[in-house]
Write a protein that binds this ligand. Structure first.
Ligand SMILES: Cc1cc2nc3c(=O)[nH]c(=O)nc-3n(C[C@H](O)[C@H](O)[C@H](O)COP(=O)(O)OP(=O)(O)OC[C@H]3O[C@@H](n4cnc5c(N)ncnc54)[C@H](O)[C@@H]3O)c2cc1C
Length: 389
């Protein structure tokens, strides 16, 4: 058994763990005392695009996330702008459009590929001086007044703080949506540049986003009951394209999809508290959300940014007990976490109800948003930047 000591161990090298590592590296004279515990080493760029293990997700990153990633020189080169978002519900009245001009921002968001963003972040962390250890899944173990023990296979680490960023959600609060998301892409006969579409259907939300890697295509995230999702995943391309066009409507002409389809089961899972002693959870390890409105990673990046900010002073005296700092972090993140989790929990359930009065209320809500800019502004601002106290 090898043993070593670090100030902070980050358990899980997804985008949120990587961003935290980069932020902390900028705040300490000894970045090697931050350790990132990852699974396998990164694939080479040539392998990445064709790797079957590459994550097929695309991510809508809001303005705040892009600014953060750019400040870390970790913005992935290929991104598609979203300047207009159209929200509607299928078979019912009511829709609203949000434009970037309404908020005097160049774009409402940018769509990037998860695999490309991840690869960019891996390269940045490799150059940051942070220690990276590859191995089997890491686990936080016991803690005392001096530190916390973390184990990765045969390696035991003694750390001041352990940060869980393994995407595992948490079991305190859990809701099964009885929905799976199909992720794929499609081309349209009447494409509209820089438009994104969120369409609520009785089966679940259907989002079309401008594709970051193919200017002619849209990324599709289509949520429906698990049985229906399995059926859609197995259809011939022609039948799937027809089903997609029918569900989406005619705003983009006809949709045609030749791309592979991937299925993601959806659930809300969240921890009531982010901190237990010296163990902190951030990103999807703290809360895993429904993908409607593309909020999960944006929220996780705000967790990482706030945690790094809160630990600035502690990093210069890591022998101190971090309890008071971590309590500050919990309180600073409370409102943003619960507002975002609440919104993304409510939206897919409210619009998917088959109760006519509630469906009409949702339609009326969209109509009200469309007519009243003062109502639309807070929602759009939250989706752009998250909650600011
Ligand atoms: C279909 C779909 C569409 C989405 N679209 C959007 C969007 O448009 N915008 C948005 O903001 N969010 C979106 N999300 C959510 C977003 O993907 C997640 O919020 C984001 O990936 C969370 O990042 P993370 O680093 O916290 O976790 P993850 O991305 O899950 O990464 C965690 C990493 O930790 C590793 N790991 C697991 N266990 C261990 C362990 N014990 N030790 C070490 N490592 C471990 C995992 O292998 C993984 O690499 C979407 C999600 C889905 C499913």
């Amino acid at each position: 058994m090898t043993q070593s000591a670090y100030d902070i161990a980050i358990l899980g090298a997804g985008p949120v763990g990587h961003v935290l590592a980069l932020l902390l590296a900028r705040q300490t004279a000894q970045p090697e005392r931050i350790v990132l515990l990852a699974g396998s080493p990164p694939a080479t760029p040539a392998l990445l695009a064709s790797s079957p293990a590459a994550d097929p997700r695309v991510l809508a990153m809001n303005h705040g996330s892009r600014v953060l990633l750019e400040s870390l020189q970790a913005w992935s080169g290929r991104a598609a702008d979203i300047r207009h978002v159209h929200v509607s519900q299928r078979g019912r009245l009511g829709s609203t459009i949000i434009h970037s001009d309404d908020f005097q921002v160049p774009r409402l968001g940018s769509v990037v590929s998860y695999a490309e963003l991840h690869a960019t972040l891996q390269a940045c962390v490799a150059a940051s001086g942070v220690t990276i250890l590859y191995g089997p899944p890491a686990q936080a173990q016991d803690q005392d007044s001096l530190g916390i023990r973390v184990r990765q296979g045969d390696t035991e680490l003694r750390c001041g703080i352990a940060v869980l960023s393994d995407g595992s959600g948490g079991a305190d609060i859990r809701r099964e949506y009885d929905q799976h998301a199909i992720v794929t892409s499609a081309v349209a006969t009447l494409p509209r540049a820089a438009w994104a579409w969120e369409r609520f259907t009785r089966e679940g939300p259907l989002a079309l986003l401008p594709h970051p890697l193919d200017a002619r295509a849209y990324s599709v995230v289509w949520c429906s009951a698990p049985g229906r999702a399995a059926q859609l995943a197995q259809m011939e391309n022609g039948a799937f394209s027809a089903a997609l066009s029918e569900a989406f409507g005619t705003r983009l002409g006809r949709l045609s999809s030749q791309a592979p389809r991937h299925v993601f089961p959806l659930a809300l899972s969240a921890r009531r508290t982010l901190v237990q002693g010296r163990l902190v959870a951030i990103g999807n390890a703290a809360q895993t959300l429904h993908p409607v409105a593309g909020q999960g990673l944006n929220l996780g990046l705000r967790d990482a940014a706030r945690l790094a900010h809160t630990l600035t002073e502690w990093l210069s005296c890591p022998a101190d007990n971090p309890g008071a700092r971590l309590a500050e972090f919990v309180s600073a993140r409370r409102a943003d976490r619960w507002i975002t989790a609440g919104l993304t929990d409510l939206m897919p359930r409210a619009f998917a109800t088959r109760l006519a009065p509630l469906e009409h209320a949702c339609g009326a809500g969209l109509l009200a948003l469309d007519l009243a800019a003062p109502l639309r502004a807070p929602l759009a601002r939250h989706l752009l930047q998250g909650f600011r106290a």
